[in-house]
Design a protein around this ligand. Structure first.
Ligand SMILES: Nc1ncnc2c1ncn2[C@@H]1O[C@H](COP(=O)(O)OP(=O)(O)O)[C@@H](O)[C@H]1O
Ligand SMILES: [Mg+2]
Length: 301
């Protein structure tokens, strides 16, 4: 293996996921930029000097166990909303939070799929991504709470189908490469609305393990709780019959192929569904615009 300054050249997915980082390696990865991480709170308007340019903080999106996600814009292209993820430096050392962070970053740099988040700046040591319109969690919560935008049952059904189709495609892609993503949940699925279409992408790959010989049953077991979560959301959105129908189908599925068919994602969209898609995307836009999401666009504390 060749050490190119800060990046391991030619690292395989197996090497990325199984390597145990020493504290020195983590310190070296972040180098002088680590001083940025020790400042715990950034405010809207703060300027961050990164190796790939200067960024202004526009808001705090989320703060999790492993890191903090800020909304930012690059000063060289302030029109484009981005997010920047930092590993946490607090109670634990940089090495503690840095390792999963570095793994996640190296992993997304290597992957290329429509339903997996992409990096915006490949030569930065930070995770800089395009800012999504929100997470699947935000969206479902926004729909459940909001009175302004309501789906019909047919629209809700199609919405679940769209989300599960993208999530399953992303998960299959990861799985085929030996990546066992351990943290599939609504908060780790974000959505982008573009050209009157909605696309869901998986984020937060830091919690992944390497699988020697991936098998479809493992993927089935991982997708099952996700599918059950969608069924529960149907009830939250006011469609108990849809929940029951989804559950009946999901629980009778014995393998991945049957689960895909239970979710209705094994065929081409019908003509009626193409019309539904326009309506569903329009409503998702309205929930997003009405501040239906919990976290996006929030100001820093
Ligand atoms: N690219 C993105 N665009 C918009 N919001 C994002 C993006 N990435 C992360 N977020 C928001 O930040 C939250 C935390 O990000 P995540 O990468 O899952 O970090 P954590 O390790 O804290 O779970 C997500 O649930 C989502 O709400
Ligand atoms: Mg997460």
């Amino acid at each position: 293996m060749v050490w190119f300054g800060l990046v391991w050249a030619g690292e395989t997915i197996e090497e990325i996921l199984t390597h145990e980082y020493t504290e020195a390696e983590v310190e070296e990865y972040f180098g002088e930029l680590k001083s940025l991480l020790y400042k715990k709170k950034y405010q809207v308007g703060d300027i961050l000097e990164l190796d790939v340019g200067r960024f202004m903080v526009t808001g705090k999106e989320a703060e999790g166990v492993e890191g903090v996600v800020y909304g930012v814009v690059s000063l060289s292209n302030p029109e484009e909303p981005l997010v920047l993820k930092f590993p946490h430096v607090g109670e634990h050392s940089l090495a503690y939070h840095g390792e999963p962070y570095i793994k996640a970053r190296k992993l997304i740099q290597k992957l290329n799929h429509d339903n997996i988040i992409k990096l915006k700046n490949s030569d930065s040591r930070f995770i800089i991504m395009e800012k999504a319109d929100g997470s699947l969690y935000d969206l479902i919560m926004g729909l459940a709470r909001g009175r302004a935008v309501r789906f019909t049952e047919a629209e809700a059904k199609y919405f679940f189908k769209m989300a599960s189709k993208d999530v399953v495609a992303g998960m299959e892609y990861l799985h085929a490469r030996g990546i066992n993503f351990l943290d599939l949940k609504f908060q780790n699925v974000v959505y982008f609305i573009k050209n009157n279409r909605v696309r869901f992408e998986l984020i937060d790959l830091g919690t992944s393990e390497y699988m020697e010989a991936p098998n479809p049953d493992e993927l089935f077991n991982k997708l099952l709780p996700f599918a059950q979560g969608l069924a529960k959301s149907a009830a939250m959105l006011g469609f108990p019959e849809l929940e029951e129908d989804l559950n009946t189908r999901i629980y009778s599925a014995r393998n991945l192929e049957e689960l895909k068919s239970a979710l209705g994602i094994d065929g081409e969209p019908s003509e009626q569904e193409q019309i539904l898609e326009m309506v569903v995307v329009e409503k998702i836009k309205r929930v997003t615009d009405s501040g239906g999401s919990w976290s996006s666009g929030g100001a820093c504390p």
